[in-house]
Design a protein around this ligand. Structure first.
Ligand SMILES: [Zn+2]
Length: 77
């Protein structure tokens, strides 16, 4: 009987530890999404290798493109 209580106690403690680590809401993932490069950063177009500023570039699947034409070309190929 005592042995059973010890096991139960260990399980309860394990659950408590698990909950304790994950009880706080995950705020960090949201912050990372809003993180942006400064507008004057130059990025290379993935299709024609022209450098354009981030504010003018088109971002698609983590790559930058100088124009919609370049983006379309990449999508087609
Ligand atoms: Zn381009």
């Amino acid at each position: 009987m005592l042995f059973k209580l010890i096991i139960l106690g260990a399980i309860a403690y394990g659950i408590y530890r698990l909950m304790g680590g994950k009880i706080l809401p995950d705020k960090k993932s949201n912050e990372n999404e809003n993180k942006k490069l400064p507008d004057d950063t130059m990025v290379e177009c993935d299709t024609c290798s022209t450098y354009v500023s981030v504010s003018e570039a088109i971002k698609y699947k983590d790559k930058y493109y100088c124009s919609t034409e370049c983006l379309e070309k990449k999508k087609e190929s």
